[in-house]
Ligand binder design. Structure first.
Ligand code: NAP
Length: 294
């Protein structure tokens, strides 16, 4: 049980974490700081936080757990602003979608107090951002990746593991490098493709007419194109090397399909589709592996 959670960035992710801790009776009190006072006022009215902090530093004062849930580009400035209240024993986590840049920012921002920082990325979210979408069940049944550093305090790492587990998440540990290369493939590239594809349909002269005809396949495929552009700008830029590598692989896969279509080679086309289709049908979210392609 924590005495006080300090949430810095009272949006979807920060608000959901606060609600989840409250629902599981893991915290006595939550204070929140966000860029806009209207956000913290709303969070207070919604019962997500119990008190408003006027600064990031004030959200840390008296807290024994702090969650940074700001855009990844704001990590360094925020950690610098709170550094002198980051005492040994205080657990500080983030929820950023990229980890190498966050860890570098944390080293610069926290310096000798880096041991308190446990980098985290919950594999959970919604297209709608903002406190109005905060949800106590957002993290239940979802994976949370922790990317501890050599300097991370082992007790705090265990506390981080325990708190995410207590709100129903499954905790995995990875290096920041492995995290960024894996999530370029299974999260960042699909978002890039969804934005590109939706944009290409919408940008056609008859785009709006085409959209009026689209069905559930189109809806499912493009769902994540409605995600927050600011957040995805930051993620795609922060992890651009890995995302561009994955984009190159995707291009090769698309080229292979186009080539067999151009050649009218139905058998080869079917084989490429079969491998993907069987893989997809054998895949379960959160399961360790899909069956190998025949
Ligand atoms: P969000 O709903 O927009 O919340 C972010 C909050 O931080 C907003 O309330 C925002 O502004 C506030 N903020 C922005 N800059 C700030 C600063 N410098 N200091 C204090 N507060 C600041 O976004 P989110 O979806 O929760 O995303 C937060 C983090 O979660 C991002 O790093 C993202 O990579 C990560 N993440 C998101 C998802 C997802 O699906 N959404 C999934 C996994 C990880 P206002 O106070 O003006 O409202």
């Amino acid at each position: 049980m924590f005495n006080q959670l300090g949430v810095i960035g009272c949006g979807l992710m920060g608000g959901s974490f606060a609600l989840a801790l409250k629902r599981s009776a893991l915290v006595k009190r939550v204070v929140g700081y966000s860029k806009s006072p209207s956000t913290t006022e709303r969070a207070l009215r919604m019962g997500v936080i119990d008190g408003i902090a006027d600064s990031a530093l004030q959200a840390v004062a008296g807290s024994d757990i702090v969650l940074l849930a700001v855009p990844v580009a704001a990590t360094e400035t925020t950690l610098k602003a709170i550094r002198h209240l980051v005492e040994p024993g205080l657990l500080v986590m983030d929820v950023g979608s990229t980890k190498r840049d966050v860890v570098d920012a944390a080293r610069r921002g926290l310096r000798e107090r880096i041991a308190s920082f446990v980098p985290a990325h919950p594999i959970a979210g919604k297209e709608g951002s903002g406190i109005q979408h905060a949800d106590a069940a957002l993290y239940a049944g979802r994976q949370v990746i922790l990317t501890p550093l050599a300097q991370t305090d082992a007790t705090l790492l265990q506390k981080a593991t325990d708190v995410w587990s207590a709100i129903g998440a499954q905790v995995l540990k990875m290096t920041p490098e492995n995290h960024d290369s894996a999530f370029a493939a299974v999260s960042h590239l699909p978002h890039l493709l969804a934005f590109a594809y939706f944009g290409s349909v919408l940008g056609q002269p008859a785009g709006r007419d085409l959209l009026s005809l689209a069905g559930s396949g189109f809806r499912d495929f493009t769902r994540i194109a409605a995600s927050d552009p600011t957040m995805w700008r930051d993620v795609l830029l922060a992890n651009r090397e890995e995302v561009l590598k994955q984009s190159q692989r995707f291009r090769q896969s698309l080229d292979a399909l186009e080539q067999v279509m151009l050649a009218g080679n139905g058998a080869a086309l079917q084989e490429l589709l079969r491998v993907a289709s069987e893989g997809r049908r054998g895949w379960q979210m959160g399961a360790p592996r899909v069956p190998p392609a025949r």
